[in-house]
Structures are given as structure tokens and as C-alpha cells.
Ligand binder design. Structure first.
Ligand code: ADP
Ligand code: MG
Ligand code: ZN
Length: 492
């Protein structure tokens, strides 16, 4: 980074809770239905409460409270028996009430931590300040030269998970976010779809001269919604601030936006003084108190957490640390991974094979298609069928990839695709022998060179036979057939 400066990073993560209805009214949220809110008709999911009509009264959604409690328990927070909803007052076109209902400091969960792996492999606990409940705002849409407002998202329940500024590098921040995402999706409180903004992050970054005892002035980078972009935005911002300080100037406290196309941050607004939102307790909502039993009930609903899952994958399936991390990165991936492994019924090499495919080709397909794993037509049965054929040598790696792509497109069964595309690997010696003989006749020169001990041409001849078999011949079998035909083993 720099010999003279050091960076501090604190993240505020907004996580959309997967309740059926909004936090203060009964409008649906479309969570967990694989429907993109942005694809729904504009302002289709609104009522007098979430569109901020005068006199409309909010009623708190108990499921949102339970999800917040569950989040706090998974993250080691202290659950508060009493907390307060306040009005955070500001004007914005997508906020028709003129205030957002948020818990701010008197939150339902205080403290807690996220444990991350440092670059040297050691573990680090990053403290949380609080987890609070709040409502989402609507969305301004800039189109046709005007700004329009879509309130479908207005009133959708969020928890904001506020971390202490204890992260020191962009990579640590990325790992913190990945771990947090893995936890909140594992416990089922959010769909966690980052493209849809279900899990988005404001990154606070400051830099100070090494040895200084106070933190530097922080800059807040707003709403970054991909792990990689958060890392890149922070990396850019650290360098920018170091350059400012190194030139003898001061960093200004401001909000900046990250432009991923140009890989830099640009100023959005300068905070001349701390914003004054004039928080005050919302008179429409009583202080939040819930039945004590809810805490134990939510504790009982906690599933295996990602950290436990990782160690189980290592001991039970022999996965590497890196693979076990990838396979527990989200609920969706660990579900399809485990379902496939169980369908493969202990086939040797099965778990490792599935992990490779999921973290390699499948993750590429996911990125390209912008689909989530649950939305894609790929199911555990497809993977298990592919794995069984690939591991027994009936499918070459090229053919496996081809079929995977077809499954992704059509959802067809692997068996049907192998037949339709004629990709089953040719393992039958009696069918390959005639091809070997033909090629050896067609290539007298190479054949002669091979006979006289030039083993280099063997690969060439195997390739020719492969080609003649339309890519389906098993290369190892072809190799041994050629050797046998020419009696090479005996001469050697
Ligand atoms: P506000 O209430 O104005 O949003 P907070 O002090 O509550 O400010 O901090 C909000 C977020 O900013 C937290 O995640 C915290 O970790 C982070 N943060 C605060 N000060 C710094 C700093 N000097 N450098 C980096 N991050 C900071
Ligand atoms: Mg803030
Ligand atoms: Zn509503």
C-alpha cells in the first residue's frame, strides 16, 4: 500500500429481508419468488402507507423483527428487548413522506462481529457496531429527459449492518462482505441477490499517516453492489487519499460514487457538516418490544453457519480450504453442491469434481447470464448425471462442457443430450480399431517414424484418429490401440 500511510475501512451493509410483505404495510415484496422487482409494472406494489399518504398509519411486520433477531444471533450481537423507530428526515423525490423510518442507534441488535481470513491465512474478528431495522426508499428513474419515481421498493424491510472501521485493506473488505453475504443467505433472512440490490454496501474509507493516533477524515462511497467493485472502489479511494495527503492537502469529508467503467470514484456531495436528519422517535410506532421467546425460537432456527460448513466440507468430502469456501459462499451454491454429492452416493472423486465444475464453468455461466443459481435451469440431477459420466470416462471434458452449456440453455436431461448430441465417449475398442488401421494406412510416413522409435508422432496419430471419430474416441484407448497395432510395447 504505502510505507507512510495506513487505511481504515468501515462498511455499512443494507440487506433486504425476505419477508412476504413490506415492513409497515401488507404490500407484497416478491422476495423469494425469483421475480425481479425491476421487471414488475411501475408502482404496482404500493398502498397509502408505503406511498406516504398523509395520515396513513404504519403497522410493524413481525417477520421483519424475527429476521433481524436471527441476523443478530448469527453475528454474535446482543439482542435488545427494547428499541426505537425514529424518523430520519430528508427530502428526496423517492421518499414521499419526507422521512425514512429507521432505528439508527437505538437498534434491535448491538455489537457482534464477522470473522474473516487475513491474507496470511490467520483469522480476524471485525466488530459490528449495530444491526438496525429500517424501510427502503423508492427509486428515481431518469428517463425521457425527466425523473420519474417508482415506489415498488418503498417500504421494503432492510437491516443495516454497521461495521466498525477495523478493515485495513480492500481484500479484507471484500472478504468481510463475502462472509457476511454467506451468513445472511445461509440463515434465510435475505435472497441476497446483489444485482437486484438485495445486498448493497456503503464503504467508508480513511487514510492517516502511520503512527497517528486518530483516524483520518473519511469518505463514503455509496451503494456498491458487487464484491469485486467494492474492492476496486476502495483500492482506488485509498490511493486517491494518499495522493491528497502526500501533496500536503487535506481529505474532504464527502460522499463519492464509484464508476466501474472508468474504475474511479467521483464526488457526489460534500458533507460540510454532519448531516442533520433531526431524528426523533416516530410517534406512530410504539417502542419495539417483542415476546422474549422469539429470541430462543430464532436461535433454534439457525442452521449450520458457513464457518461450520467449511470445516465439514473439508473433513467429510476432502475439499481444500479454497473449495470449501467457494461451496459455502451462498445458500444456493451449498444446496446444489450437497444435493449433487448425495446423488453421486460416495463416487470416488465426486465431491471434488462437483466443486471444480461449480466454481469454474458454472460460475462463469452465472456471471455471463446474470442469472442466479436458483433461477437457472441447472439442477443437482444434471450435475450428478454429468459427474457420473465424466468420472467413468464416458464423457470427455470437452463433451462435459458442451452438455453443461446445453443444459444451461434448455434444461434438458443429461441422458437425452448425450444421445441427441452424440457425445458419449467412444470406449469400445472394436469400433475404434478400424479407424486406427485406416489412419495408419493414410499416414505411412508418420507410421514409419513411429515404428523406428520417434515417439513424438504418437500424439499426432492419436489426434488424427480422434478427429476421424468426431472427437468422441477415448484418447487413451486410441493410444494403446496404436501401440498394440504397431507392436511398440514389445519392441521397446
Ligand atoms: P454516521 O453515523 O455519520 O453514518 P458513523 O460514525 O456511525 O457515521 O459511521 C458510519 C460508518 O463509517 C461505520 O461503518 C464506521 O465503521 C465507518 N467509519 C467511521 N469513521 C471512519 C473512519 N475514520 N474511517 C473509515 N471508516 C469510518
Ligand atoms: Mg452512514
Ligand atoms: Zn404498501
Amino acid at each position: 500500500m504505502s510505507a507512510e500511510f495506513e487505511a481504515f475501512i468501515g462498511l455499512e451493509v443494507h440487506c433486504q429481508l425476505a419477508t412476504e410483505s413490506k415492513i409497515f404495510c401488507s404490500c407484497p415484496t416478491m422476495s423469494g419468488r425469483g421475480i425481479s422487482v425491476s421487471a414488475l409494472p411501475v408502482n404496482a406494489l404500493v398502498c397509502e402507507v408505503c406511498s406516504g399518504q398523509p395520515g396513513a398509519l404504519p403497522t410493524l411486520n413481525s417477520q421483519a423483527v424475527r429476521f433481524a433477531i436471527r441476523s443478530g444471533l448469527a453475528l454474535g450481537s446482543e439482542i435488545q428487548q427494547s428499541s426505537i423507530f425514529s424518523r430520519k428526515n430528508y427530502f428526496y423525490p423517492d421518499l414521499p413522506k419526507g422521512y425514512q423510518i429507521s432505528q439508527n442507534e437505538t437498534a434491535i441488535c448491538l455489537g457482534g462481529f464477522v470473522e474473516i481470513e487475513r491474507e496470511d491465512g490467520s483469522m480476524k474478528k471485525v466488530a459490528l457496531r449495530r444491526i438496525h431495522l429500517e424501510e427502503d426508499a423508492g427509486k428515481s428513474v431518469h428517463e425521457f429527459g425527466v425523473t420519474l419515481v417508482n415506489l415498488n421498493r418503498s417500504g421494503v424491510p432492510l437491516v443495516e449492518i454497521v461495521g466498525e472501521p477495523e478493515l485495513r485493506t480492500p481484500e479484507e473488505a471484500g472478504n468481510y462482505l463475502r462472509e457476511l453475504h454467506a451468513i445472511v443467505t445461509a440463515i434465510g433472512v435475505t435472497d441476497g441477490n446483489m444485482q437486484e440490490g438485495n445486498f448493497r454496501c456503503d464503504a467508508n474509507v480513511s487514510v492517516r499517516p502511520k503512527g497517528s493516533s486518530v483516524l483520518g477524515t473519511r469518505v463514503e462511497i455509496k451503494n456498491v453492489n458487487s464484491f469485486r467493485f467494492v474492492e476496486k472502489a476502495i483500492a482506488f479511494e485509498i490511493q486517491r487519499q494518499i495522493a491528497v495527503l502526500a501533496s500536503g492537502k487535506a481529505v474532504i469529508q464527502e460522499t463519492r460514487l464509484y464508476d466501474s467503467q472508468r474504475d474511479h470514484t467521483v464526488s457526489m456531495r460534500i458533507k460540510e457538516e454532519a448531516e442533520d436528519y433531526r431524528y426523533f422517535p416516530d410517534p406512530d410506532l410504539l417502542p419495539l418490544k417483542f415476546p422474549v421467546a422469539w429470541v430462543q425460537e430464532e436461535r433454534d432456527r439457525l442452521p449450520e453457519l458457513p464457518a461450520q460448513k467449511r470445516s465439514r466440507y473439508q473433513t467429510d468430502f476432502g475439499l481444500s480450504r479454497a473449495d470449501s469456501r467457494q461451496m459455502s459462499a451462498s445458500q444456493a451454491i451449498s444446496e446444489i453442491f450437497e444435493a449433487t454429492v448425495s446423488l453421486l452416493k460416495g463416487l470416488p472423486g465426486g465431491a471434488k469434481w462437483v466443486a471444480n465444475l461449480l466454481s469454474g464453468e458454472v460460475s462463469r455461466l452465472l456471471q455471463e447470464s446474470e442469472l442466479s443459481l436458483t433461477q437457472s435451469p441447472l439442477k443437482a440431477q444434471h450435475l450428478a448425471d454429468l459427474g457420473a459420466l465424466a468420472l467413468s470416462g464416458e464423457l470427455s471434458s470437452t463433451a462435459t462442457k458442451k452438455i453443461l452449456h446445453e443444459v444451461w440453455r434448455t434444461g434438458e436431461s443429461v441422458g437425452a443430450l448425450v444421445e441427441r448430441l452424440g457425445l458419449r465417449q467412444q470406449n469400445d475398442a472394436s469400433e475404434l480399431e478400424p479407424l486406427v488401421e485406416t489412419i495408419l494406412k493414410e499416414q505411412p510416413q508418420a507410421t514409419e517414424e513411429l515404428r523406428s522409435g520417434k515417439l513424438k508422432v504418437l500424439g499426432f496419430l492419436v489426434g488424427m484418429v480422434m478427429k476421424r471419430s468426431a472427437g468422441r474416441g477415448n484418447p487413451e484407448l486410441i493410444r494403446s490401440l496404436i501401440e498394440r497395432t504397431l507392436d511398440l510395447k514389445k519392441d521397446a
